[in-house]
Design a protein around this ligand. Structure first.
Ligand SMILES: NC(=O)c1ccc[n+]([C@@H]2O[C@H](COP(=O)([O-])OP(=O)(O)OC[C@H]3O[C@@H](n4cnc5c(N)ncnc54)[C@H](O)[C@@H]3O)[C@@H](O)[C@H]2O)c1
Length: 249
């Protein structure tokens, strides 16, 4: 099914990579449900999708709360029918040293990043299964491969997303649901800017083989490819998009 006819949920769509993904898919003709905790900013994303000629709505959904996820998917179905696309992009990266990390901090990050990805995939996957298939793209992180000082919870959650991707791909291939994963390197969004200054980001970019950190659009382009028919024979894969910073074997 071409990207032009997709009905897609993008989580964490209020800003950064999620917004770029929503706009890119909207430009390709997809209907977009922009999910986020930040209702106003998510609506701005939906508005920008509509300005590109797409049908789009925003929804305030916390991906870590099963009832909210299930209600969000049900609302989507009432509005537009079954979703046939999902981008599990919502994620958090609060910094904490492992020795000082409270169990609650650990559990919160796992809950949003990993459990949230599972909950959204489960809710959308149930409808995709009955609707003839679909495409799911999960957002991992280079930290899953390289580890993260002050981010053990984050790195573990993102490594879990890679394994979850493969498991869902295996289970759901018979239902024509493709599940793939993007592994971004550092991208210029609020997330790295919480920790790094302009100068530090610039120095980091200079250390990357392609000479810069990613723009959110660099990640969105690969998500769009995974949605396209050109990726029809791909499932269970994790694609690193990092300017060559980590060469995945
Ligand atoms: N920016 C990077 O350098 C980078 C690198 C690797 C991976 N990633 C991953 O890419 C994704 C997007 O990153 P970004 O840099 O655009 O982040 P961001 O912080 O700019 O945006 C994340 C969005 O997710 C939303 N969100 C957080 N918790 C949520 C919840 N419980 N329910 C619904 N929405 C929620 C936030 O409100 C925010 O709008 C994340 O999963 C992140 O871990 C980012």
């Amino acid at each position: 099914m071409p990207a032009t006819s997709r009905r897609v949920i993008v989580t964490g769509a209020a800003q950064g990579i999620g917004r770029a993904v929503a706009l890119r898919l909207a430009s390709l003709g997809a209907r977009v449900a922009a999910w986020d905790l930040k209702a106003e900013a998510a609506e701005e994303t939906a508005k920008q999708c509509r300005q590109r000629g797409a049908i789009a709505r925003s929804f305030r959904v916390d991906v870590s709360v099963p009832e909210e996820v299930d209600a969000g998917v049900a609302a989507f179905e009432r509005l537009w029918g079954r979703p046939d696309g999902l981008v599990n992009n919502a994620g958090i990266f609060p910094r904490a040293h492992a020795l000082d990390m409270e169990l609650a901090q650990w559990e919160h990050v796992l809950r949003v990043n990993l459990t949230g990805t599972f909950l959204c995939a489960r809710a959308a996957g149930r409808l995709m299964k009955d609707g003839g298939g679909g495409v799911i793209v999960n957002m991992a992180s280079g930290r899953a491969l390289a580890g993260a000082a002050k981010g053990a919870h984050y790195a573990a959650s993102k490594a879990g997303i890679i394994a979850l991707t493969k498991s869902l791909a295996l289970e759901w291939a018979p239902h024509a649901i493709r599940v793939n994963c993007v592994i971004p390197g550092v991208a210029d969004t609020a997330q790295p800017r919480e920790e790094l200054s302009d100068e530090e980001l610039h120095a980091l970019g200079a250390s990357i083989p392609l000479g810069r950190i990613a723009k959110p659009e660099d990640i969105a382009g690969v998500v769009a490819f995974l949605f396209s028919d050109d990726a029809a024979y791909m499932t269970g894969q994790s694609i690193a998009v990092n300017g060559g910073a980590i060469m995945v074997p």
